[in-house]
Design a protein around this ligand. Structure first.
Ligand code: G6P
Length: 490
């Protein structure tokens, strides 16, 4: 954290993201606070607490309007107010076009290779442009100087960097793309590929999780717009300006706040086994994510089926607890996935159920971080079987939760995290039998081996934590600002 604080500039820091870090909902007449299930939010929240700036986001909660002042602002975190959350109100029409349509039916499947066809509609694109402009206007409204540092987040805002650059030419715009960047051939599907590249190249810095995604971006730029790429220095020159394009692998905070006030691992095991009505010696694998088709939830269930056929000794002795938070449920692909997952769980359970035992426990609801940590601490293994994922912070959180150095991480080779955590059991989620064998291997791994792998992964994550992620971007930003004073761009 000190690392980050050392990098903090005198300038004002703003974050723009679609999803807000705190959502107020009205439930049964009462206002309830929810922290959303989003890797982006869990990574940026600690950064903002350190920066004390302004976070601009869509106010999507049913009681959000009741909790802000007349400028649509409130100080958060509610328990210890340190920074301002500025909510932007979007109409249903705006959300349909910009968020559900272009962002989540177009760009999301375009960037994740999960074999869901991207859908691009002209009216969604118009709405996406309009909403990006609305956020640009709010950035200008909130700016207290001519050169703020604006941290733009994710695929909801590909056009925003250029819009901010036009309104505040001296701003330092640091954009982070939290999802993969596809190869140029795939990217070419997008009817507005040139506009998207132009929008992003309004950034001073553009970050991806891995070098691989940066290279895909360079290839797309090379193919679709007139620009100069300096591979040696990771710079793209376009329209008289340069953008630094670099990998910044995102991470989690360290020490992890989720560990605070957690009961002992032993107690967590008792609590979770009681809650799910499991016998004390039941072995547990957990999966925790948003109910998203990129996460490979069906694949890990099929692997349980395979495991119980291949190694029948686990019947009655092993369960997969799958926590899935409802997400984007308005979209057909998400509704279809949920129905299919429920059917598959029922089918597998019917095939093997005995006495009071079923192998798959599917819990579809939002879980608060403390609940998730309790589950992690109670588990023998955590399974992250993404078909494609920018980074995946669940993998890192599981490791953070295990201060007892026990538990095995089963990790998809298609998650960015696999580059940093090769000590996990790395699997191809499309290979059901390989995953089944990984479950078996996890359940039979010696305690020494578990501890050995965990120690290496803990060293990696504690060192490369989210403060370092943010500090590295701010460090690069301040280098650019210093350089700009001496060598101004046209
Ligand atoms: C991914 C995206 C984030 C998004 C999160 C949750 O991590 O990269 O931008 O916030 O999923 O999705 P949601 O649509 O619920 O915000």
């Amino acid at each position: 954290r000190q690392l980050l604080l050392d990098q903090l500039p005198d300038a004002q820091v703003m974050i723009v993201s679609n999803r807000e870090p705190y959502i107020h909902n009205r439930e049964n007449g009462e206002i309830k606070l929810q922290i959303p299930a989003s890797g982006l939010v869990s990574a940026l929240e600690p950064v903002m607490r350190a920066c004390r700036g302004v976070w601009i986001a869509h106010g999507g909660g049913s009681a959000d309007r009741e909790t802000v002042d007349k400028n649509s602002r409130l100080m958060v975190p509610p328990a210890d107010p340190t920074y301002a959350l500025r909510r932007v109100w979007l109409s249903e029409e705006e959300q349909d076009g910009y968020y559900y349509g272009l962002a989540n039916e177009g760009l999301w499947p375009l960037c994740h290779i999960a074999f869901i066809r991207p859908t691009f509609r002209e009216q969604d694109w118009a709405m996406y442009r309009a909403v990006n402009q609305r956020f640009a206007d709010v950035v200008v409204e909130e700016a207290t100087c001519e050169n703020p540092i604006v941290l733009v987040q994710d695929y909801h805002f590909a056009l925003l960097p250029r819009m901010i650059r036009k309104a505040l030419p001296k701003a330092t715009v640091v954009t982070f793309w939290h999802i993969p960047w596809p190869n140029a051939e795939t990217f070419s599907i997008c009817p507005w590929r040139e506009e998207i590249l132009d929008g992003l190249l309004g950034s001073s810095i553009l970050g991806f999780h891995t070098q691989f995604h940066c290279n895909n971006f360079f290839d797309s730029v090379d193919r679709f717009i007139e620009s100069r790429i300096d591979h040696e220095n990771s710079l793209v020159s376009f329209g008289g300006r340069e953008t630094l394009v670099r990998p910044y692998p995102i991470s989690i905070e360290w020490p992890p706040r989720g560990l605070l006030n957690q009961p002992s691992v032993e107690q967590c095991r008792i609590n979770v086994r009681e809650r799910f009505g499991l016998a004390p010696d039941t072995r547990i694998a957990v999966g925790v994510e948003r109910f998203d088709y990129t996460k490979g939830i069906l694949d890990r269930m099929r692997a349980v089926d395979d495991l119980l056929t291949m190694a029948p000794q686990w019947r009655g002795k092993f369960v997969l607890i799958q926590v899935a938070a409802p997400t984007r449920s308005k979209l057909d692909a998400y509704a279809a996935l949920e129905a299919e997952a429920r059917n598959l769980a029922d089918e597998i359970n019917a095939k093997y159920a005995r006495d009071n035992w079923s192998p798959i426990l599917l819990v579809v609801r939002h879980h608060e971080p403390t609940e998730v940590f309790e589950l992690f601490r109670a588990a023998d293994a955590c399974v992250v079987s993404s078909l494609h994922d920018g980074m995946n912070l669940v993998a890192k959180e599981f490791i953070a939760a295990r201060d007892d150095e026990r538990g095995v991480l089963i990790l998809s080779s298609f998650a960015g995290a696999a580059y940093e955590l090769p000590e996990a059991l790395i699997v191809n989620p499309y290979d059901t039998h390989q995953m089944a064998k990984a479950y078996d291997r996890a359940l039979t791994m010696s305690e020494e081996e578990q501890a050995g792998r965990m120690q290496i992964m803990v060293a990696q994550i504690s060192e490369r934590n989210v403060y370092r992620w943010a500090a590295q971007m701010l460090f690069d930003a301040s280098w650019l600002r210093r350089r700009e004073k001496i060598v101004p761009s046209d």
